[in-house]
Design a protein around this ligand. Structure first.
Ligand code: NAD
Ligand code: 89V
Length: 344
């Protein structure tokens, strides 16, 4: 069985999860790493026993010797690095947020398309076990045709200690976290035609918005609410759970806190435990996210083998990224935004 050799760029806070997951993914091996920060490079190189280390991505690509690249840097470098991968005809995974702007994201998709290489955005939230359980429940038809939904992520978890840059950007919760929630809404209820949003900053110590409420029109006349907050002090901290409510023609579905999936229809109410696994290297409460990192990376290798497009390909992620842009535009103008016009 062929082993796909990968190179990882960006050895920061989150990349450690990706490195752990790569060790668990069958037929994959990270053979080289790169970070412009020598301390991060040695820390991750020593932890995972990687000998080939680079401070400069251009040097990494020049030396080659790998079948794909996993770009785990923050957003500012995504376009440069994805275009570098395309110019060397190397398939690429790129962390979310895909790009600083939709125009950049479109250019990245075009570069990989014309180079003929696959591009996947590391949009892992749809791969979480509870989200997959919701998808399977809908596909089984137990609640019929869904006409309304809510996707909610409300928390007061301190994300700034692990990711201090999140306090600094003019944009915060929609771009960093809401992007996942919007992607889940698309994954569960389909593509979005229009969106209206309101935002707020509650925490005075950060620069961007930490609360957002969005109303989405999905294709097929389904309506959903996507609401996200890092300013919600609750009796039991739910981080990093996305809670879901769906009403359908035959019944309803509720994904409650504590990974409890409740389905009600004419047969009654059934509650099941859809908790994620605690992988050997994972820690609570991050285990939900960590398991989804393994799942998306295993999917990437499976799709490299089959040649099929990935679930969160660059082209697919443009449709999620457009919702982020639309939300900021709508919050600014107080007007609904048509999504199609952004994707042209
Ligand atoms: P971080 O700042 O801790 O790490 C980024 C690393 O990339 C740093 O070590 C930095 O030196 C390096 N880097 C930046 N530009 C580089 C370049 N041009 N060449 C080489 N190295 C470079 O950031 P983080 O918190 O690990 O976040 C990284 C990305 O992961 C972000 O886009 C973030 O949104 C995303 N993220 C995703 C999830 C998820 O669940 N999908 C969770 C957390 C973070
Ligand atoms: O997914 C992310 O990008 C993270 C977190 C889950 C903490 O918001 O920033």
């Amino acid at each position: 069985m062929a082993v796909y050799r990968g190179a990882l760029i960006g050895c920061g806070f989150f990349a450690v999860n990706q490195m752990h997951a790569w060790r668990d993914v069958a037929d994959a091996e990270i053979v080289a790493i790169c970070d412009r920060d020598p301390e991060r490079l040695s820390l991750v190189g020593d932890q995972f026993g990687i000998g080939r280390r680079y401070l400069d991505a251009a040097e990494l690509f020049k030396d080659g010797g790998f079948d794909f690249v996993d770009i785990a840097t923050t957003v500012q470098s995504h376009r440069l690095l994805v275009e570098m991968a395309a110019s060397h005809r190397v398939p690429a995974i790129c962390q979310k947020p895909f790009a600083p702007s939709l125009e950049d994201a479109k250019a990245m998709v075009a570069a990989c398309r014309s180079a003929g290489v696959p591009l996947m955005v590391h949009e892992n939230f749809r791969w979480q076990a509870p989200i997959q359980a919701v998808r399977h429940a809908l596909d089984s038809g137990v609640i019929g045709d869904v006409f309304w939904g809510r996707f909610s992520f409300r928390s007061a978890f301190d994300v700034f200690s692990g990711q201090p840059y999140l306090a600094e950007g003019k944009r915060f919760i929609i771009e960093d976290l809401g992007i996942h929630t919007l992607d889940i809404a698309r994954y569960i209820l389909g593509d979005v035609t229009a969106l209206i949003a309101r935002t707020k900053r509650v925490n005075p110590q950060i620069k961007g918005e930490d609360v957002a409420t969005m109303l989405l029109d999905h294709e097929g006349a389904v309506t959903s609410i996507v609401d996200v907050s890092y300013a919600s002090k609750l009796s039991k901290e739910p981080f990093p759970e996305t809670l879901i409510e769906l009403d359908g023609s035959k019944g309803s579905l509720r994904l409650h806190q504590g990974y409890r999936l409740e389905i009600t229809n004419d047969a009654g109410t059934r509650v099941s435990d859809v908790s994620p696994k605690l992988l050997s290297w994972a820690s609570r409460p991050w285990h939900n996210i960590q398991e989804s990192v393994f799942a998306i990376q295993a999917h990437w290798i499976e799709r490299l083998k089959s040649g099929q497009e990935t679930s969160t390909s660059g082209a697919d992620n443009l449709k999620t990224f457009a919702l982020v842009e639309a939300a900021y535009e709508s919050a600014r103008t107080k007007q609904p935004v048509e999504i199609e016009s952004l994707l042209r």
